[in-house]
Design a binder for this molecule. Sequence first.
Ligand SMILES: [Zn+2]
Length: 94
Amino acid sequence: MRNKPYTETGISRVPCQKCGKPSKHQWQICATGNQWSGVCVECDIALNKLVLEFMGLPKYLGSIYAATQRTLHNPRNSKKSKTSRGLHLTQKGT
Ligand SMILES: [Zn+2]
């Protein structure tokens, strides 16, 4: 955890706060003094679903987010153009 947000390169070197895998995202909450923490793709998806449920927001938003993130961070898709990524928004995760 740290006070300033990590850079895109920097976050990949930070272990996930929950499981220790390489982080792809970061988050902060007031209870930890707004410290930035790394979180891997799967833990980020779980965290988003948890917050959606807590706030009473539609669960389908979590499914769409999960599919998008799994497509975006799937190594098989890393060489595709950025515009093709948007086409997978409503597809199920692989
Ligand atoms: Zn994790």
